[in-house]
Design a protein around this ligand. Structure first.
Ligand code: ATP
Length: 235
């Protein structure tokens, strides 16, 4: 299990995340909702070791991973797929995917198997494996970013705004793929502005406001919560 206990994160004198408690149980999809600047990415970066919390614990299978370097956290099986995709646009699709397989560099057969699994999940990437990542559509670039994270064999995947900038039909396909990844055994923590679509595939969720958790509940509770609907679903 991944568990944040009373985590706070500061940028200088500014506290971006305050006393946050989050749990992601094995097999779950948990969604973090909240407007821009509410603290979702900061929370993700604190889990993946890019930001160090000023206080609190981040427990992964009961081990406190606060202070671990990011590569060690990846090796433990927690892999972040960052907002904005962060691809290497001049490199080919396959080269980008192989960057995610770096953790298995001592096991070439495993890397090859993972690559075949990613191509099975996203056949268009196999078709375009030799094209530069920067030439792909937004949806395809997002597939590369998710595929690159999958190459590392995540136990827990942190997905930051995977639907941002995508057309509605592509968003629907993206969420179906996220559900498929989860059905394959990967637990998922998902930050999303697209609350309706995210809650439809999620088990539970937390709503961030000004760096704190304002509401939490099962996906069904959040989908029917009037304040959540008004603020994030628009109904
Ligand atoms: P978004 O979807 O826009 O990324 P978010 O909910 O992920 O929003 P964060 O990116 O975590 O929010 O930002 C939380 C707060 O911390 C915001 O007020 C933001 O301006 C601030 N912040 C984020 N990164 C830094 C930084 N490197 N230095 C200073 N302040 C930062």
């Amino acid at each position: 299990m991944l568990k944040l206990n009373n985590v706070s994160v500061n940028y200088g004198a500014f506290t971006a995340v305050k006393n946050v408690d989050i749990e992601v149980h094995p097999g779950e999809i948990v969604v973090l909702l909240g407007s821009n600047g509410a603290g979702k990415s900061t929370t993700f970066n604190s889990i993946s070791g890019l930001n160090k919390p000023s206080s609190g614990e981040i427990l992964y299978d009961e081990q406190n991973i606060v202070g671990f370097p990011p590569d060690q956290i990846v090796n433990l099986g927690i892999i972040q797929c960052a907002e904005g995709r962060n691809l290497f646009p001049g490199m080919t699709v396959q080269e980008n995917l192989m960057m995610g397989g770096y953790v298995h560099r001592k096991n070439k057969i495993h890397v090859k198997e993972r690559l075949e699994e990613v191509y099975e999940m996203f056949p268009i990437l196999k078709e375009k494996h030799n094209e530069s990542a920067g030439s792909l559509s937004g949806g395809q670039q997002q597939m590369v970013a998710i595929g690159r994270a999958l190459m590392g064999d995540p136990q827990y995947m942190l997905l930051d705004e995977p639907s941002i900038g995508l057309a509605p039909l592509i968003v629907e396909q993206m969420f179906a793929k996220i559900k498929q990844i989860n059905d394959g055994g990967t637990s998922i923590l998902l930050a999303e502005q697209n609350a309706n679509a995210a809650l439809k595939i999620a088990d539970r969720g937390y709503v961030f406001e000004n760096g704190q958790i304002a509401v939490q509940g099962t996906a069904e509770e959040l989908l029917t919560n009037e304040e959540v609907r008004k603020a994030y679903i628009g109904a």
